[in-house]
Structure formats: C-alpha cells, structure tokens
Design a protein. Structure first.
Length: 713
C-alpha cells in the first residue's frame, strides 16, 4: 500500500488507515512544514466522528513544537515514545488547551505509541497510534512494530514529497521555458526530440510543441535548409549533438536557416549543453537553445557591406569600376546576383553585372547589353527609374511571349525573385539596382528591400558625383587648354618646347601660363608667368595677363613697358584680384647665337645651362605685379651660344615636396645638368617626372616649363 501512490495526501491517508482497526482505534500523522511548524495532515479512526473532532482540534490549536505534547517530544528527540497507561491528569499535562484536554478525556484516550518519521537522516514528523476506552494497553512489541511502520512510512512520505517537489519544479520549468523568447529543444542520445517549448514550435513551423515532437526530425529536415556562414549546407545535429554525446563540448554555432516553402531566412545562434547522469557523468540528453538573431545579423551584414561599399565608392571616380566591385561584394553575401542599370541623357541604359557563378556573369552581361529592359517588364527597371519607387517580384513568371529577351536572360540563370530599387542622385533616379535571387530557396524580405534602397541611394550619389567630377575635369581641361597656346611657333635656327602639369585632385584651372610671341622682325619673346590662386578667378587673371602681354608686344613696347602695362591692368581689376609674377625673355637671333634680354617681375630667375651641364641663374629680381606702384624691374642682357639651354619655370617646380624637403633651386639645377645629354623635349619630360616623384605623385602648385636651345649648324 505504501508503494501504490506518489501523491503525498493519498500516501498519508494510506499510512493512517493501515493501523485502523487492527493496531489502533485512532491514528494521527503530524509532519513538519517548510517553516518547522507541526501540522496534522492525516487522521483515521474506527469512529469517523472521533477523526473529524481530532482534525478540527489540530486545525484550531496546532501543536507547539517546543511544548510537552508527546508528538513534539518525539519529533525533537527522534526517539519513539510508549505511553502504556494515560490518565486524565496526564492528558491535561500535554493538552494544548482545556478544549483539547476535554476532547482527549471525553474520548477516553488510554494508551498510545508515538514514533518519529525518519527518512534519509531527517525527521519528517511523527505517527501516533492510540487505543481508546477499555482496550489492551500497548507494550514493548507494539512499540517496535509502530517504530518499524513509521520508518517505512517515512520513506514513502519522503518519496511522495520528492515526487511532488519534482512535479512542481517541472511545472515551473515548463512555465518558464514556455515564455522565454529562445527556442529550446531536448533530444536523447538516439536523436529523438523529447521536449520543445512554444518558441521552438513557432521557429520550426509547428502550431504546438506536441505537434513539433511528432516526427520532428523528418519535419525539420524536409522543411528547412541549414547553412553555415560560408553558405555550405550543414547538419545541425551532427555539428552539435553528436559531439556532445561523444563527450565533447561543441562550441556555439551560427546557422543560416532557409524555409524551403516560404523562402524566409533566419539566422540562429545555436548552443548545446548536456544533461548528465547523476553518478557517471554520461550525457543522457542534449539541451539545444536556438536564439533568433536574424535582425542583428541582417543589420551586421548590411552595415558591414555598406561600409565596404562606401569605401569602394569613395576610393575611385571610375564609377563603372566601383559598381563592378560592389556587384562582386554583393554576391553572394546579400543576393545571388547583382545588376546595375545606368541611364544616360539620351535614355540609353548601360549594365554592370555580377553573379555568384562567373560563367553566368559573362553570359548575363552579354545578354543584357544586347537586350536592354523594356517598358512593362516584370522586373520593372525602366518603371523604377521613371518613378523612383522600388519594385519587388517574389516569383518571376515566364515571359508573356518570346520577344521579351531581357526577361528570358534573367530566367536563363535561374532567377526566381528580383528586387529593383532606384539608383538615386540629387536630381532624381539616374539608374536602378536589381538584386537577383536564383535557385536557392531564399526570397527577398522587407529588410532586403530597405537595404537595397540604401545601397541605391549611396551608389546613386557616388555615380552622380563621379559624373560631375568627370564633367568638371573635362571643363577644367578645356579651359586650361584655352589659356595656353595650342602650339608653339617654329623659330629659325632654334627649337622651343614646353611642359605643363596642373596640380590638385580636381585638376582645377591653374594660374601658370606661358607663351612664345613674335616680338619684331627676327626677334621673339618668351613669356612665363604665375597667377596666385586657382579656379575661375585665377583663369580670368591668367587670360588677362597672357593677352595683355601679347597685345603689348604687338604694339612694340619694351619688356619694361609691357610689364608696366600688365601691372596697370591688374590694378584696375576689382578689389581682391589675384597677383601675378612674370618672366620675359626677348630673343634676337643672329647667325648661330642669340642675344637675350631678361626682365623679371617677382618671378624665379631662368637657368642658363652650359654645354658641360653647369646651370646658372640669370636676370635680376623685380617687383611683383598688381601690388606696389611704381614697379621696379630691370632688363638684363645675356648671350646664348650653340649647345646651351635656356630653362624658364614656375615656382611649382622648386616648391615640390614636403616643407622640410622641397626640391628647391639646387635640386632643379641638378636635374637641368642633364641637358647636354638629352633632347630638349626629353629634358623637360625628365624634369616633370622627377618633380612629381619628389612630391609623391602630386604637387600643391602647377608646374610650367619652357625651354629654348639653338640648333647646331
């Protein structure tokens, strides 16, 4: 009977009923509750009225655990107690109150045995058996029998308590697990799922945990595809539980799950922990926790990709190359394929393609280039460009007729879904980006559309900036060319060459200029100058300077008069006009040699390089033009012989390099010393390349070089 139930109240009643009527007229079982108080929990009597009276008394007047009642004494000592003969005075000594004493006297309590309920070295309470009226008093044999009964009953009571505790713990655990956000499953070493919470049922597409437990392994395997971070198919059980039951602790696993039916994508962080045997430590069950980190992972991938894409777009002004690089980054990280459509002013559409399969990339590029998108196609490219609104097609249907070659090209590589978003610049959509989802079960989500929209805006801005940069550079180069002579005149008995290199990343119009002017019969004027600043203002001053000097030369002014004319023209400009330096060298050729007149206005002195490579600066410094009136300039005469080289330059040459390591005039002289061994054009090219190399590839100021050499007869 003691082993027939694990329900605590039922077990208590069974124990009490065992003794009545064969061993006792009345049996009472008292236990200690969690706070240590004595509580009467079971009572059986041959006369049910007696049992009811005792239950009411225990409820109204619980026993004092520190009192003299036999039950309290036995619980305190852990030893059984035999009360062979109980008299009325004795009953009053351990009664809780007068009412209690009167109950015992009225029902003729005569003899009793009280034994402790001992189990696993703990006292759970006490069992009391009593004989009422004129029954036979208890003896030593009865004491031993009740003591043994109490020992066995205590084990049954303790087991029932433990079972009740376990049930309560399990109910609490199930209640907790049912409310946690993480999906939790428990599997045994044979791979059978024995527990799942509601979150697990939701994750794996079941309505209830019970439904998930039914054929769970087959259901999950058929419905989902699991991939690792590299995109390789993955068996989660083999990657986690197999290691666990083999005695290893598998590391946390990051898994990408795809629902075959809906194409929904989920990222899961999977952790696996063992439930081990109490003694041997062998893993009996595997507890799997699936944390849905889809939003976190999507955000991480999107931000990482956008960071890389931004770096690519910012690193080059070749937007076609940048888009190709972004297309390669996007596949297969965010989609199976990527197509960028760029519309020009004439409505023509250029495509940039990438696909996870290189053969598909080449084929699709060729096909899409031959058959651009048409109005009304399911991929909606032209509609997206026209309206600036995204277009999503989750199931790319077959073309309505065979003439839709653009659609057929997409479907030929297995495209099932597309997301097309505008590539938007400041002035509106300048193209579109299409993400392709091909043979994999993945389908585009709202998060994919949002991400594609961000990418389209970022790419559109970059493409528009690159186009503006290209147009600005073209305009700047065109204007710069207009400020310089288209070609230099052919001088009798002399050759002349020039080199020009604009500074700055945007190749803004610079302020350096040069010219060769026919000064008079048999005489020529070499001009080189530098206007402070860059951009449109500098271009205006440059044009003013060059054409003023040319007009002054044509009106037979001396070099000093020419510079003064330019100075007066600059002074008449609006306030804040740029300043100007000029070097004029007039050249009179007379049979194998030349007479030079050098006039400087704030400009570096030209170099005269002898036939043996020695470079000498000639001319005297003069006043910068556009500031102080009157200007002070001097005309200095020099002779140029055959084999010698005259080199005019701007300060962008000598100022090239870092502030502590500029090329300087000394460095230029070393470069010019190679003049006897190089052609005149080769000399200027060598100087230009050396200056750029010294400056690390780009200079802060423009470089202008103008050189003259007499031909040998």
């Amino acid at each position: 009977m003691l082993s027939s139930s694990l329900d605590l109240p039922t077990t208590m009643e069974h124990v009490a009923q065992l003794t009545v009527p064969r061993l006792a007229d009345l049996c009472v079982i008292d236990t200690l509750d969690e706070s240590g108080l004595i509580r009467g929990v079971a009572c059986a009597a041959e006369d049910e009225d007696v049992a009811r009276a005792v239950r009411r008394m225990r409820a109204r007047h619980p026993l004092d655990q520190a009192g003299t009642h036999p039950v309290a004494r036995v619980i305190a000592s852990g030893e059984p107690l035999l009360l062979a003969e109980m008299t009325s005075p004795m009953l009053r000594t351990f009664a809780q109150c007068d009412e209690h004493a009167q109950l015992m006297i009225d029902h003729a309590y005569r003899s009793a045995v009280v034994a402790p309920l001992l189990a696993r070295e703990r006292t759970l309470g006490a069992i009391s058996v009593l004989r009422l009226g004129g029954g036979m008093p208890y003896g030593k044999e009865d004491l031993d029998l009740v003591y043994e009964l109490a020992r066995r009953a205590a084990l049954a009571i303790d087991n029932a308590r433990l079972f009740g505790d376990l049930e309560r713990v399990e109910r609490r655990l199930e209640a907790i697990l049912a409310t946690v956000a993480e999906a939790i499953t428990v599997t045994d070493e044979h791979g059978r799922m024995v527990f799942a919470n509601q979150a697990a049922a939701n994750l794996f597409g079941a309505r209830t945990p019970t439904e998930l437990l039914r054929d769970a392994a087959w259901e999950i395997r058929e419905r989902f595809v699991f991939l690792d971070e590299q995109g390789h198919e993955l068996d989660i059980a083999r990657a986690t539980e197999s290691q666990l039951f083999a005695g290893e602790q598998p590391p946390p696993l990051l898994v990408r799950g795809l629902d075959r039916a809906s194409g929904e994508e989920r990222w899961l962080a999977v952790r696996c922990s063992p439930i081990t045997e109490p003694l041997g430590g062998h893993a009996q069950y595997a507890v799997n926790v699936f944390e849905d980190i889809t939003e976190i992972k999507r955000t991480q991938i999107a931000e990482s990709f956008m960071g890389e894409a931004s770096g690519v777009l910012a690193s080059s002004m070749d937007y076609r190359a940048s888009l190709r690089r972004i297309a390669e980054l996007a596949t297969p990280q965010v989609a199976d394929g990527f197509v960028a459509y760029l519309a020009d002013d004439r409505g023509a559409v250029e495509v940039v393609v990438a696909h996870r399969a290189q053969t598909d990339t080449r084929a699709l590029t060729q096909q899409l280039s031959l058959c651009p998108p048409q109005v009304g196609e399911p991929n909606g490219v032209l509609e997206v460009i026209a309206t600036g609104k995204p277009h999503v097609c989750t199931e790319l249907a077959p073309a309505a007729d065979d003439r839709d070659e653009h659609l057929r090209a997409l479907r030929a590589i297995g495209t099932r879904s597309v997301v097309t978003v505008p590539m938007a610049g400041a002035t509106g959509a300048i193209g579109a980006i299409t993400l392709l989802y091909c043979d994999s079960p993945r389908r585009p989500s709202s998060a994919d559309v949002s991400f594609a929209g961000r990418l389209g805006r970022r790419a559109g801005t970059a493409v528009e900036n690159a186009r503006l940069y290209t147009e600005r550079m073209r305009i700047a180069n065109t204007l710069q060319e207009a400020l310089l002579p288209e070609s230099l005149p052919q001088l009798p008995d002399a050759e002349v060459h020039a080199r020009y290199s604009a500074a700055g990343a945007l190749n803004e119009v610079g302020g350096d200029f040069y010219d060769v002017i026919e000064y008079s019969e048999g005489s020529w004027m070499l001009v080189i100058g530098d206007v402070c600043g860059k951009g449109p203002r500098a271009a205006g001053v440059t044009a003013l300077a060059r054409h003023t000097l040319r007009a002054a030369a044509m009106s037979d002014q001396t070099p000093r008069q020419m510079l003064n004319t330019l100075h007066q023209a600059l002074r008449r400009q609006p306030s804040g006009a740029d300043l100007c330096t000029v070097c004029l060298v007039s050249l009179a050729l007379t049979g194998g040699q030349a007479r030079l007149t050098v006039t400087l206005a704030g400009h570096p002195r030209p170099l005269l390089v002898s036939a043996d490579g020695k470079a000498e600066a000639i001319g005297r410094p003069g006043t910068l033009l556009g500031i102080i009136t009157p200007i002070v300039v001097e005309e200095c005469e020099h002779e140029l012989l055959a084999g010698q080289t005259l080199l005019l330059y701007t300060d962008g040459v000598t100022d090239a390099g870092q502030s502590q390591a500029k090329l300087g005039e000394r460095g230029l002289r070393q470069l010019a010393s190679l003049a006897p061994r190089l052609t005149l054009e080769g000399l200027l090219r060598h100087i230009e390349q050396s200056v750029l190399a010294h400056a690390g590839g780009s200079t802060r100021d423009d470089i202008a070089l103008l050189a003259l050499r007499l031909r040998k007869r």
